[in-house]
Design a protein around this ligand. Sequence first.
Ligand code: SF4
Ligand code: SF4
Ligand code: SF4
Length: 186
Amino acid sequence: MLSTFIIILCFTLLVFLLGVGLSLAAHKFNVTPKDPMQHLVEKCLPGVQCGQCGYVGCAEYANAIILENAPINLCTPGGDTTIKAIADVMNCPIPESKDSSLDEEKLAFIDKTKCIGCGKCAKICPYDAIEGKIKSPYEVQKQYCTGCQKCVNSCPTKCITMQLVAPTTDTWHWQISNKTEEKKDE
Ligand code: SF4
Ligand code: SF4
Ligand code: SF4
């Protein structure tokens, strides 16, 4: 009888200590449940974590869209597809693209005369858009490059630059804007 009482007491104490521990951890690490809408918006983003939107990463940008009414067209790597996906989730109009006045876009370019073939850029590219062999000049496969700029600072010889390129059948994509949506409705 006494042993059963001791077992129940120990179990209760253990559950109590576990509860206190979890509560302290939540307080220390500032754990707050994610807004379901933030989760849905984050799923629309490419997850490159490049910071071009002006926020630390994709989760922070999703958070700003939901809580701070941030514009939904700030993610360069995601492009028009991402803008449209977020607009669908938020049930809001599609704004003009950031550079809708431009028909050209910036893609990465490697100066082969300066490339030492270290491969750092290929490792960091989230889209596997850079190819090459170690100790030979690397090359950007333009059809896969989204212009996210993550590779630029990875190069020890500073031979990667972002350059404007005229669209080709490989790189061209629809510029989604309110105007095109209005035309569709006509
Ligand atoms: S620009 Fe897009 S991919 Fe880059 S951190 Fe912001 S949301 Fe993520
Ligand atoms: S800009 Fe650089 S890192 Fe980004 S997709 Fe193009 S090659 Fe890859
Ligand atoms: S990081 Fe620079 S030097 Fe190294 S392979 Fe890439 S382009 Fe060449």
